[in-house]
Design a protein around this ligand. Structure first.
Ligand code: MN3
Length: 205
């Protein structure tokens, strides 16, 4: 019995995070880009169907277990699936717009304060050359770290757990922001759902 990976529902309207991210971008991003990663992940795993029984996080944590001939496809498309599934939750409207509780204490302790953290994270997002993601993660020592990854590479593959992620592929912002990635990064802070990030943090620590 094998269950293929499925595209999760966005869970809110495409227009819900306007004006930071426009509805057309959200629709294409979810219905075309994310859907494509899921389709291609499932196609690759047809050659090693036992992995349909694994969670996507588990697959990304143990990429060396994936047969070599499909490993790159699984790394790219499995990463794409996991990263986007998390991203939609982090953008969802209605949550707290600033971190709280234990997560805020840890951000203060590692980065000085929330404003400094935003600067560090924004800088990681702005300076990622080409396509990739900026991340706040819990590392193997359960400490917070900020960095960026290329393409769809996942923090899980580094032994880390993502808490907050920002997609800086051009497909994530080009319709509204064209080449102005810094404006998109700035707008991101107005739609972050810190309740969701806190949920990822609490589950990981
Ligand atoms: Mn994307």
């Amino acid at each position: 019995m094998t269950e293929k990976f499925v595209l999760p529902e966005l869970g809110y309207e495409f227009s819900a995070v306007e004006p930071a991210i426009d509805a057309q971008t959200m629709e294409i991003h979810h219905d075309k880009h994310h859907a494509g990663y899921v389709t291609n992940l499932n196609a690759a795993l047809e050659k090693a169907p036992k992995f349909f029984n694994h969670s996507i996080e588990d697959i990304l944590r143990n990429l060396n277990d994936i047969p070599e001939d499909i490993r790159t496809a699984v790394r790219n498309n499995g990463g794409g699936h996991a990263n986007h599934a998390m991203f939609w939750k982090l953008l969802s409207p209605g949550g707290k717009n600033v971190p709280g509780g234990h997560l805020l204490k840890e951000i203060d302790s590692v980065f000085g304060n929330y404003d400094n953290f935003m600067d560090v994270f924004s800088n990681a997002a702005k300076t990622r050359f080409g396509s990739g993601w900026a991340w706040l993660v819990l590392d193997e020592n359960k400490k917070l770290q900020v960095y960026s990854t290329a393409n769809q590479d996942s923090p899980y593959s580094l032994g880390h757990v993502p808490v907050l992620g920002l997609d800086v592929w051009e497909h994530a912002y080009y319709l509204r922001y064209q080449n102005r990635r810094p404006d998109y990064v700035k707008a991101f802070w107005t739609v972050v759902n810190w309740d969701a990030a806190d949920g990822f943090y609490q589950a990981a620590r």
